[in-house]
Design a protein around this ligand. Structure first.
Ligand SMILES: O=P(O)(O)OC[C@H]1O[C@H](OP(=O)(O)O)[C@H](O)[C@@H]1O
Ligand SMILES: O=c1cc[nH]c(=O)[nH]1
Length: 514
């Protein structure tokens, strides 16, 4: 009671109690009696003021805190420092102005620069909750953004966070729009490019629509949550890093909006452009290669759409002062043979170690790396891919990957066979003989997610066949890996329902009396 002094209206002074819980959002726990007195309700937005800073959070009412105390979950403390027993003022925060702008976009109107800035600032300040952020992401999916809005959004996302200034030039970068299962490609591209002497500070997001984002995969091999100072030190020393953008205060709105996108398995085009380019802008990248996987069941299905998106990336780069090239890549089936964080890490490491791997992975990685080597001026025009392949086959890319793993805090001697994989498995076999005519990207991702990926690192699947290959009845088609029986069961049910691999000659559908 000592500190719970209601101020005029509904604010009060309270003592901080640090709670040993993670809730996935900023939560402020208030005692039931205090809540009644100051008229706060579950999920109300409140602000905590200290004189130096204002932090926003959602109200949870519980007697796990005493009267006069407020409990803060550890999520808040990851971003802001508060000490046990600190006295703060707490008051309702009211409705953020930016909700009006989200509604404006829901109705299809063009947003003004200040309106976009206000939405992004409120996302970063946690004034907008998950439900409102989902509404924003959905409004962007439905109504889109024009190039002015995308450029304002990109700069707002970058400028609400930190910027990196690396003392090496030129700064190269690569980024995939993702969507294709098994896309561990950039784990090869980055060490190849750095082994050629170029600087490439690569940040990745975690999975958005897939079962493993590059950050999820690299995390199996080494630490990906580094500070900006550590990244600067590493990149200035070895020319490269492979880190998770969400761990940094780098375009911080990105990781928050990605959470909503992941839950809905959507990646609205304008937000995708801003998400990718804001990270590149904040990293100071000057020469950027964007990979657009194109094919059935990925984000971009036709060459025409891919070219139009490519033009948008190039135009956005011009507005931001960056040189952008785009590679439209084959996305009609998974890249390589594995899907899921640990399985992909294993395949990527094996390919780097031996210089050999699945054709689709090696072709794509050396193709993209080759373009970067030419853009960075270390390979003559038309010779980049050959040079990239030599770097991969010579073991120089593997050596660079060892440096990256070590500098980021992992064990450089890690062997592919030492990577733990889910021990609950089930193999699907060919019900008939014939040729593989189609592998359904969406179903493959769905199975790996049902098995627990990306959160369960050892979950995913291994494909034994690719399109065009011949199989005999009973041959293994793919194996599901999970870390629990329940997850394995879910993935089997999902796989039976979706039948992800089509074999020529199979009955595709049976239709009875209609
Ligand atoms: O496939 P989904 O999950 O939609 O997209 C997310 C993935 O795409 C990008 O790949 P990269 O970091 O350029 O390799 C992101 O950073 C992330 O890893
Ligand atoms: O980093 C990324 C990649 C794909 N889509 C996004 O929105 N961000």
């Amino acid at each position: 009671m000592e500190y719970c002094q209601p101020f005029g209206g509904r604010s009060m002074k309270a003592k901080i109690k640090i709670l040993d819980v993670y809730t996935g959002r900023f939560v402020v726990v208030i005692n039931e009696k205090d809540a009644k007195r100051v008229k706060l309700h579950p999920e109300d937005l409140v602000k905590i003021e200290t004189g130096k800073k204002t932090v926003y959070g959602d109200v949870v009412i519980s007697n796990m805190v005493e009267e006069g105390e407020i409990g803060l979950s550890k999520d808040v403390l990851q971003v802001h420092s508060f000490s046990q027993g600190e006295i703060v003022n707490i008051a309702p925060a009211g409705t953020p102005e930016s909700i009006r702008y989200i509604k404006k976009k829901m109705h299809g109107a063009k947003l003004r620069k200040v309106e976009i800035e206000s939405i992004i600032k409120d996302i970063v300040d946690r004034k907008l909750r998950e439900i409102e952020i989902s509404a924003f992401v959905t409004a962007l999916e439905v109504n889109g953004l024009d190039m002015d809005e995308i450029a304002w959004l990109t700069v707002a996302m970058a400028e609400t966070g930190d910027m990196l200034d690396i003392d090496r030039k030129p700064i190269m970068d690569v980024h995939s729009i993702g969507g294709v299962p098994g896309n561990k490609t950039n784990i090869l591209v980055v060490p190849i490019v750095a082994a050629a002497g170029l600087t490439i500070p690569k940040t990745s997001s975690r999975a958005i629509t897939s079962a493993a984002g590059t950050a999820d995969v690299v995390e199996v091999l080494t630490n990906v949550s580094l500070s900006l100072d550590e990244i600067k030190r590493i990149v200035e020393k070895i020319g490269a890093c492979l880190v998770w953008g969400g761990a940094l205060n780098l375009a911080p709105a990105d990781d928050i909006t990605i959470k909503a996108e992941r839950a809905l398995s959507i990646d609205p085009r304008g937000l995708m452009l801003a998400s990718i380019m804001s990270k590149k802008y904040a990293m100071g990248s000057q020469y950027i290669l964007i990979d657009i996987p194109t094919g059935k069941g990925v984000k971009v299905e036709t060459m025409e759409e891919a070219r139009s998106l490519a033009r948008d990336f190039i135009e956005l780069g011009k507005r931001l002062g960056q040189y952008v090239e785009v590679a439209i890549t084959y996305g009609g089936q998974p890249v390589g043979h594995t899907v899921g964080p640990a399985l992909e890490a294993k395949e990527a490491l094996q390919t780097l170690m031996t210089g050999k791997g699945p054709g689709s992975l090696v072709e794509k990685a050396t193709g993209l790396a080759g373009i970067l080597l030419e853009m960075g001026g270390v390979a003559p025009a038309g010779m980049g891919k050959k040079m990239a392949r030599e770097i991969l086959e010579s073991g120089k890319a593997y050596q660079k990957m060892r440096e990256i793993i070590e500098e980021q805090g992992g064990n450089p001697d890690i062997k592919p066979e030492e990577i733990p994989i889910g021990d609950k498995t089930y193999t699907f076999t060919a019900p008939t003989s014939g040729y593989i005519t189609f592998i359904d990207n969406k179903a493959i991702t769905g199975i790996a997610r049902a098995a627990g990926a990306p959160e369960d690192k050892g979950a995913g699947l291994e494909l034994y066949v690719k399109v065009g290959e011949k199989v005999r009845e009973g041959d293994p088609l793919f194996k599901i890996y999970a870390e629990s029986e329940a997850r394995l069961e879910q993935a089997i049910v999902y796989a039976r329902r979706t039948e992800p691999i089509r074999i020529e000659g199979m009955v595709l559908q049976r239709i009875g009396n209609i």
